[in-house]
Structures are given as C-alpha cells and as structure tokens.
Design a protein around this ligand. Structure first.
Ligand code: BJW
Length: 237
C-alpha cells in the first residue's frame, strides 16, 4: 500500500467509541439488546412514547459528557492535520469524540446527540442537559416540539450529497468500527468500488457484514489498529 493517496474518506461507527466507554448497538451487551430500536429510534416510537425516548437520550447525553476520546479518535485527527490531500471523516456516531480529539473536516450523517431540533420551527441548538416534554423551544417558544437532532430509522441521513461527492472522487476509503448493517452507510464501500480506482480498507474488531467487499481488512481494537494504520498512510503519502 506504499502509494501516495490524494483523497481519503474515512467512515466511522460505534466501534471507534467503544473503548471510550460508549456502548455499541449490535454487539453482545449493545444498546439494541437492552432497548427495542422500534420504540426508541424511529419517528413512530417517538410519537407513541416521547417520554421513553427522551429518557433514553437523556441517559446517553449524560454518558457522553463523561466519556473522553481515545487513541483512535486522536489518530484520525492527526491524519487530517498531516495529510496534504483531500480528507473527509464521515461518522455515523452521534457522539462528539471526533471533535474533541481535534477533527474538523467531519460530517455527522446520523446527527448529533448534543443538539436538539424543534419540529415546529426547525431550529437546531446545542443542548447538553436533559430534555422533556415541558421544555420550550428557545427560538419559537413551542413546548413539546423538541427532539434529539439524530437520524432515526426511516429518516434521511444528513449531508448525503457532500458524502456522495467525496466517495466519487476518493482513492482511499477506510471503514472503521461499523457492523455494515445500516444503510446507506453500509453501501458506501460498494459505491466506491463502482468507481474502480480506490483502495478500500476495513478496520474492525470482527469482520462486518460487508467485509468481503473490502480489498484489505485489519482486525483488532480500534485503539490499536487505527493509530498503526494512520502511521502507515502518513509514511506512504
Ligand atoms: C469495534 C470495537 C472496538 C466493537 N474496536 N471495532 C433494507 C435494505 C436496505 C436498507 C433498508 C432496508 N430496510 C430498511 C432500510 C433502511 C434502514 C436500514 O438500514 N435498516 C437496516 C437495519 C436494514 N436505514 C435507514 O432507515 C436510514 N435512512 C434511510 O435509509 O433513508 C432512506 C435513504 C434512501 C437512499 C439514500 C439515502 C437514504 C437511517 C438510518 C438511521 C440509523 N440510526 C441509528 C440511531 C442514531 C441515533 C442514536 O445513536 O440513537 O444510527 S441506528 C444505529 O446504527 C446508529 C448507528 O449510527 C447505526 C450503525 O451502527 P454501527 O455504528 O455500525 O454500530 P454496530 O453496533 O452495529 O456495530 C459496531 C461495530 O463495532 C461492530 O462491527 C463491532 O465488531 C465493532 N467494534 N468494539 C473496533 N473496540
């Protein structure tokens, strides 16, 4: 892999934040083994039981504020700083550990846990505390219309045009810590392969659902394999 890349897209999933103490979704003990995703991660579930959904996200907000970035987050921030070509980090994660590690060329395609959105006026605000049905929108004053600024099943992920453009032109696509079970992110590797020019790499604890689509696979904990991989890319480029 000793070649000079010109454009890198990195996709991250819950696995990169696992060693920071944030639970993944589908692993043993993952969030979806404890909560019914239909009830807490769909617009229909929110309409049925907003109190349950607010409780779920209030608890996750608290965990996030106590968590800190790990060596894998820092390695990707260093890659962005030192790589002299195009770089985009696309994360499915709603945590802010990439930002706290120093990443800036970053898109949160599934939204952000520390933001809320008003369904009445569409305003988006940073929100670090609890949210409940009585909380009034700071912008339009409506109560009961605030929700976490995250993308639930059946909703359109964010920044899809920017992501598609970056996938079209990248010559290195790296997928880190994602099970490859949730679309459209799970389809990115196939999109990149259609272009035929990019090297594709999976870094994960275990093979993902789409592992066979990657040209190169490296398995191990993110805090070990990501820094080593970044060192290699920076040495080759
Ligand atoms: C480590 C590790 C360590 C552990 N080191 N690794 C049939 C076919 C195709 C699509 C669909 C379909 N039926 C329905 C759909 C659409 C649906 C979908 O994909 N469903 C599937 C379940 C089948 N998708 C959607 O609805 C999306 N919207 C959509 O498709 O809109 C239409 C559209 C059309 C065309 C173009 C574009 C759009 C929206 C999906 C929203 C997902 N939302 C969530 C919740 C966000 C808020 C919150 O956090 O609460 O996003 S669900 C959850 O899953 C979260 C994650 O971002 C997402 C992905 O999970 P991730 O990151 O992969 O985590 P895990 O737990 O699955 O995997 C962890 C991995 O880490 C594992 O591999 C471990 O091995 C590894 N790991 N420790 C390294 N230390």
């Amino acid at each position: 892999m000793q070649k000079r890349f010109r454009s890198i897209v990195v996709l991250t999933g819950a696995g990169i934040s696992a060693e920071s103490g944030l639970g993944t979704f589908r692993d043993k003990d993952g969030l979806w083994t404890k909560y019914d995703l239909q009830e807490v991660a769909t617009p229909e579930g929110f309409a049925r039981n907003p109190v349950l959904v607010h409780d779920f996200y209030n608890a996750r907000r608290k965990n996030l504020v106590e968590a800190t970035p790990n060596a894998a987050h820092y390695a990707l921030a260093e890659l962005e700083r030192r790589f002299d070509g195009q770089f985009l980090l696309v994360t499915q994660n709603v945590d802010d550990l990439h930002e706290r590690a120093g990443s800036t060329r970053l898109l949160h395609m599934h939204g952000e846990l520390l933001k809320i959105r008003c369904e009445s006026c569409d305003s988006v605000r940073v929100w670090r505390g609890d949210l409940d049905l009585a909380t009034a929108c700071p912008d339009c004053g409506t109560s009961g219309g605030l929700r976490p600024h995250v993308v639930w099943f059946g909703e359109m992920p964010l920044y899809m045009d920017d992501i598609a453009a970056a996938l079209d032109t990248c010559d290195l696509f790296v997928s880190i810590g994602t099970s490859g079970q949730v679309y459209p992110a799970a389809g990115f590797v196939a999109e990149v392969r259609r272009g035929g020019l990019a090297h594709t790499v999976e870094l994960n604890l275990d093979p993902s659902d789409g592992f066979s689509l990657f040209a190169e696979k490296i398995y191990g904990p993110a805090t070990e394999v990501v820094p080593a991989f970044v060192t290699r890319v920076l040495a080759g480029g």
